[in-house]
Design a protein around this ligand. Structure first.
Ligand SMILES: Nc1nc2c(ncn2[C@@H]2O[C@H](COP(=O)(O)OP(=O)(O)OP(=O)(O)O)[C@@H](O)[C@H]2O)c(=O)[nH]1
Ligand SMILES: [Mg+2]
Ligand SMILES: [Zn+2]
Length: 295
């Protein structure tokens, strides 16, 4: 019996990387009876070797997951680097907040990475960064093109399965290539695109950086869908709102239109950032509309 991690999965075939670093082609033993699940990328598994020369085996056991993401399917993602570009494209803080909500919801450790810092005044970035530092998030600044800040970023990956997310063009691939070094980048490591330049697949691939440290290449994260989160719970994932929720007069206060709202009091007292609050309202309305369309 060998322990390993699923680094990729195409229909019934799983690539398992063992602790020693060999990769086995494995099938899964049907559904796993006790809980009716199939292995997905990121799963920690036990395999039984069928042929050690051909590197084939069977997955016998899936270890308990720390989390599970439906789209793209993966398990045990422990960290997300939320990449925001300072310019070209301009910072999309609504997407950043949505991603933070999603990370909080799934219990994934988020790190905010302002990239392309070479293109704007530092003051502009600091103003944005401080809003997020104040509420407890780690914020780093990078210039991926000149590999500034890459070492700091690399340090933060240790012991994690990390995914990069953010709008197209913010510099995710450039950052990842910087982490792996130029050679791997030329192998087309982080592009699974067809001729039209579209992502062809929702497959997730894990790439090992060092022991217990992987980068997840997840095409699906650019168009982040958080509609599985119910609008009424959204406020709990805006971490700095939480202490104010109990001050709301109405149980189930949406914090948008109600009077005597704890969040609004926090806002007026300058404890909650206006931009964050406005983006909360926007995301709340979007979720609400989607919920109404469902019925
Ligand atoms: N000036 C500057 N340009 C950068 C920086 N990082 C990336 N770029 C450039 O921005 C462009 C987009 O970078 P990519 O790494 O391809 O962006 P991406 O996030 O992977 O984009 P998608 O794959 O479309 O999601 C490229 O032309 C990079 O050279 C940076 O720190 N500074
Ligand atoms: Mg890319
Ligand atoms: Zn309220």
């Amino acid at each position: 019996m060998l322990k390993g991690i699923v680094i990729s999965n195409v229909s019934d075939l799983y690539h398992i990387e063992t602790e020693a670093g060999s990769v086995y082609n494995c099938n899964a033993r049907g559904k796993f009876k006790s809980n009716e699940i199939s292995p997905v990328t990121g799963d920690k598994v036990e395999i039984e070797i069928i042929d050690d020369e051909k590197k084939t085996g069977i997955i016998n056991k899936i270890e308990d997951r720390t989390n599970y993401i439906k789209r793209p399917k993966m398990a045990n993602l422990s960290q997300m680097i939320l990449v925001v570009s300072a310019k070209l494209p301009k910072p999309d803080l609504e997407l950043l907040d949505k991603q933070l909500v999603y990370a909080e919801y799934l219990n994934i450790h988020p790190i905010i990475c302002f990239n392309k810092v070479d293109l704007v005044d530092d003051e502009l970035i600091e103003n944005m960064a401080n809003v997020y530092r104040k509420i407890g998030y780690t914020v780093i600044k990078t210039n991926a093109k000149e590999e500034v800040g890459i070492d700091t970023l690399k340090q933060m990956l240790k012991g994690h399965i990390t995914a990069f997310s953010g709008n197209s063009g913010v510099g995710k691939s450039t950052l990842i290539n910087g982490i792996f070094g130029k050679d791997k980048a030329q192998e087309g490591l982080v592009s699974h695109k067809n001729k039209r330049g579209k992502n062809t697949t929702t497959q997730v691939y894990l790439y090992k950086i060092e022991d217990n440290t992987y980068i997840a290449d997840t095409p699906g994260f650019s168009t982040l869908d958080i509609s599985e989160i119910e609008s009424e719970y959204l406020c709990h994932y805006f971490v700095e709102f939480v202490p104010y929720i109990e001050k709301c007069e109405f149980v189930g206060c949406s914090h948008v239109k109600e009077q005597n709202c704890g969040i609004k009091m926090g806002l007026e007292a300058g404890k909650i950032d206006k931009g964050r609050y406005d983006r909360y309202c926007k995301i709340y309305q979007d979720l609400k509309e989607k919920e109404e369309r469902k019925w």
